[in-house]
Design a protein around this ligand. Structure first.
Ligand code: TEU
Ligand code: CA
Length: 530
């Protein structure tokens, strides 16, 4: 459909740059590495890539602590490498989306350094959230907010004269001070950053913590957060989803509108549909991540509920849904669905469900290889969550282990260095890209076929028919433990999350996540029919 924006039904491939491919042999993935494997991404059939942050950063949170938003970190390359990647990707008709981090910067950002030196009440401190502490001597944090990574969301600084001083707010790690979005210079600087990269051909941004930039003026305590199960997603959490955040999005959107083909994708953690939909109003974000499927259990009713919630959330504002089974912050789906052969079978079934749904699908690098989470030894863990939680939570490194490309032993062609920045399990020799490309039954082959069928069918269905039918799906009645739906182009998807094989409805099987015997669907399997 030539009139629909490119991102509406796009398959996005999330590249975690540290872990994709290392081109210069330091054991850490980089931009030249990504560029060298664009052929692979074209073969996979994706429409776009989203790169996790590659801007200059001391890497306290692997790039989500940006010290210069208009430069590339030398670990990943330079601006010319980014431009070359964009040009080569475009030549293969692959779009490139970067990660934008507007909620906070690094403690090494020039603004934060200046704020430390300038002292209380200064213009420099107003770009952040500096406050005096409580208790007569200021020795207690200004409020009770917890950091998302554990511990208090406040750190006390030492004033230039050497005395114990004010506290600054960091909803994430201490190396990530929150910006004050009431400061006009903060707002203007983001416009500059957007234009800087969009002028270099970037097709849009995934916006980090897009529900977090606005803070309530008086920074009230977060009542009862210790017992709040929905920490971070709850309407009662004053750290997120404050109404003023929508003014910020409207302002940001004006810059995107100067670049007609660009896309703004928000990372929005909010459980409530109506509040989620507010971010997708026509003058705010184009897309927002829907995490219902990412968080749902292996259970047909839970999956159906996640789909219905996801669709309901966007329909009221005529926006397009998004689906994602995993990302760099959560356990890989193979592991979440039970691990081992069973987890893999279920992950393969679920990608057929996601790719059958209307809207955009995000594939986290390595999911197409069926990689599980890795149980890493303590001494290699790097995620701030591990440190901040006092070693009670292992953090997110287990889903960030570098990809296996080829060969029989680690580092599997990921790097020419002796080892990758996180150790890869030896048994990943069975999961390399090299092996899976040759195997018609591999997870990689399943992804390739599914994406190809999806793209073909989208091209063939007439614009008119798609308009008249809308983006919705129709549900079929199905046996317990199963779900079945039909999309507007006639493709039917059936998932069996139950314990016994079920008969498939009539129709030609286009694709199945496991070999079928006859016209029946075994447990832990999905199929597409026409
Ligand atoms: O994540 C935002 C967020 O709140 C969670 O996904 C959080 O990382 C997780 O619950 C911790 O266990 C975004 C990025 O995706 C994440 O990688 C960054 O660490 C975070 O923002 C800070 O920039
Ligand atoms: Ca490198």
């Amino acid at each position: 459909d030539p009139t629909a924006p490119w991102w509406r039904n796009a398959v996005f491939y999330q590249v975690y740059p540290r872990s994709f491919v290392d081109a210069n042999g330091d054991g850490i993935g980089d931009l030249a590495g990504v560029r060298s494997r664009l052929g692979y991404l074209e073969l996979l059939g994706v429409d776009a890539i989203w790169l996790n942050p590659v801007m200059r950063s001391p890497m306290a949170d692997h790039g989500y602590d940006v010290s210069d938003p208009r430069d590339i970190d030398p670990l990943f390359g330079d601006i010319a490498d980014l431009e070359a990647l964009v040009a080569d990707a475009h030549a293969r008709r692959i779009r490139v989306v970067m990660d934008l981090v507007p909620n906070h910067v690094s403690v090494e950002h020039r603004w934060f350094r200046a704020a430390l030196e300038a002292g209380p009440g200064s213009r420099e401190r107003r770009r952040f959230h500096f406050r005096d502490g409580r208790e007569p001597d200021g020795s207690a944090p200004p409020n009770n907010w917890p950091s998302v990574f554990g511990g208090p969301a406040w750190t006390r600084i030492t004033e230039p004269d050497g005395t114990p001083g004010q506290w600054y707010l960091h909803v994430f790690a201490p190396g990530q001070p929150d910006l004050n979005w009431d400061d006009e210079e903060v707002v203007e600087d983001l416009d500059k950053t957007l234009r800087f990269w969009l002028d270099r051909g970037v097709d849009g941004f995934r916006i980090d913590v897009a529900h977090g930039m606005a803070k309530p003026a008086d920074l009230p305590d977060h009542e009862g957060w210790e017992t709040n199960e929905l920490l971070g997603h709850s309407p009662a959490d004053p750290r997120f989803n404050n109404p003023e955040v929508h003014d910020i999005h409207r302002r940001i959107r004006r810059v995107f509108d100067e670049y007609p083909d660009s896309v703004a994708i928000g990372e929005i953690w909010v459980d409530d549909h109506e509040r989620f939909a507010e971010y997708l109003r026509p003058d705010e974000l184009h897309l927002a991540f829907d995490f219902h499927l990412t968080l749902s259990d292996w259970d047909a009713d839970a999956v159906r509920d996640a789909i219905e919630k996801g669709l309901a959330a966007v329909t009221s504002v005529h926006a397009s849904p998004t689906w994602t089974l995993s990302n760099h912050d959560v356990d890989r789906e193979v592991t979440r669905y039970g691990g081992g052969e069973v987890g893999l079978a279920r992950a393969r079934a679920m990608i057929l469900v996601a790719l059958a749904l209307p809207g955009a699908v995000f594939v986290y690098n390595g999911a197409e290889l069926g990689l599980p989470n890795v149980d890493l030894p303590d001494e290699v863990l790097q995620d701030p969550v591990w440190e901040r939680s006092g070693h009670t939570e292992r953090g997110r490194d287990g889903c960030r282990v570098p990809l296996p490309w080829e060969g029989e032993t680690p580092p599997f062609g990921f790097t020419s260095a002796g080892s990758a920045w996180l150790p890869q399990p030896p048994e990943w020799s069975a999961l390399t890209v090299e092996k899976q490309l040759e195997d018609a039954g591999s997870t990689l082959s399943l992804y390739r076929q599914a994406i190809e069928i999806r793209t073909e069918r989208r091209r063939s269905i007439s614009t008119e028919r798609r308009r008249s039918e809308g983006g919705g799906i129709g549900w079929y009645g199905s046996p317990a433990g199963c779900l079945a739906f039909r999309r507007s182009d006639g493709l039917t998807c059936v998932l069996n999350a139950g314990d016994v094989a079920v008969d498939l409805p009539p129709g030609e099987v286009l694709l199945a996540s496991a070999p079928l015997t006859g016209h029946a669907l075994p447990p832990d399997t999905a199929a597409w029919l026409a």
